[in-house]
Design a protein around this ligand. Structure first.
Ligand SMILES: Nc1ncnc2c1ncn2[C@@H]1O[C@H](COP(=O)(O)OP(=O)(O)OP(=O)(O)O)[C@@H](O)[C@H]1O
Ligand SMILES: [Mg+2]
Length: 319
């Protein structure tokens, strides 16, 4: 299958007064047509910065300092604002953890979806209304005519999330970027939204980049998993491989900190130490201060990301 998105050697840094935060530090990966890829990793490892870079939405003090982001073989980083606006919200849509941060409180749900349609397509009012009602139904909202006329704050958290998904998908994007889309929701609603995303992926033939700090939610959804640590990819493989045969000590540690992942395990293991400061990464392997397998070499030599098994990449000197 063809690559829809291809990111090569992306570096996105934040230039603060006293220091430079290397939030994304030489990241390369791709997403194929109709593929669901997840990026996982602890807070601050650079997940959202990758997402915002894809839409070229990094603003000062942040800067994309290097790399290529090819979408349908066009380098997004070389496009002007007008061409970018055509892609954002149309070919690539994004949803976030907090629906209220992206829904307009002064517009009804229906009117904001209509606005999204008219921004990108020339459609008759009657057709746009029909498409909106259909989409509200597709995302599982009941009583669509009533929801159409409802304001965001009148909906529950789960319903707001569905409304935001409806708005993101109304233009039938080729890529949906979902940044922690279920983090603010309780567990049952979380599962519903994830299974909705999976159903919609098939229905609309789109690709999804799912970003989360929570490994347990990606198991049933993603086909491929990318694990990030300290601004870098440390492991990338087929989702099943990551769960059955994780190769990076960090991925192993992440898995052990997931509740219910291993049945009969009543004690969760916390990864010792804390995430590295992107202004001052450790020498050698960035994970070495927290790694139980680290030795002298790991402190000195920075490992590259290598394919150690078929389509299974890992950044570790011990593998
Ligand atoms: N606008 C900004 N200005 C300054 N620093 C930033 C900005 N955005 C992100 N950073 C820094 O870049 C690093 C990566 O942040 P990012 O938000 O990408 O992490 P994340 O993996 O999405 O974390 P989380 O799981 O908490 O959402 C962090 O050190 C963060 O403080
Ligand atoms: Mg984030």
């Amino acid at each position: 299958m063809k690559n829809l998105l291809d990111i090569q050697n992306l570096k996105t840094y934040f230039y603060l007064e006293e220091q430079v935060l290397k939030a994304v530090d030489d990241v390369s990966f791709s997403i194929r047509t109709k593929e669901i890829v997840a990026i996982v990793g602890e807070s601050g490892c650079g997940k959202s910065t990758v997402a915002l870079s894809i839409l070229n939405l990094i603003s000062s003090p942040g800067k994309i300092v290097d790399g290529k982001i090819n979408f349908n073989d066009v380098d997004i980083l070389k496009l002007g604002n007008k061409q970018l606006r055509k892609i954002r919200g149309n070919d690539i849509s994004m949803i976030f953890q907090e629906p209220l941060s992206c829904l307009n409180p002064t517009l009804t749900i229906g009117n904001q979806i209509l606005e999204a349609i008219f921004t990108h397509k020339s459609t008759s009012k009657a057709q746009a209304y029909k498409d909106t009602i259909d989409m509200l139904k597709t995302v599982g909202l009941p009583d669509q005519e009533r929801i159409f006329n409802t304001y965001p704050h009148q909906l529950s958290g789960g319903m707001q999330q569905r409304a935001m998904i409806a708005m993101a998908l109304i233009t039938k994007p080729q890529l949906l970027i979902a940044d922690e889309p279920t983090t603010a929701l309780d567990v049952t609603i979380q599962a519903q939204i994830l299974s909705l995303l999976k159903t919609l992926q098939r229905k609309l033939n789109m690709s999804i980049l799912l970003i989360t700090h929570d490994l347990s939610i990606v198991a049933q959804v993603a086909q491929r998993i990318i694990v990030m640590y300290g601004g870098e990819i440390v492991e990338e493989a087929d989702a099943k491989q990551v769960f059955v045969n994780p190769l990076h000590p960090y991925t192993e540690a992440l898995l052990k900190s997931v509740p219910d992942f291993k049945k009969g395990k009543d004690k969760l293991e916390v990864i010792p130490g804390s995430v590295p400061n992107p202004a001052e990464f450790p020498t050698g392997c960035r994970f070495h201060p927290r790694c139980r397998e680290a030795d002298r070499i790991c402190k000195k030599v920075k490992p590259g990301l290598f394919e150690v098994k078929k389509q299974h990449l890992v950044r570790c000197l011990k593998r």
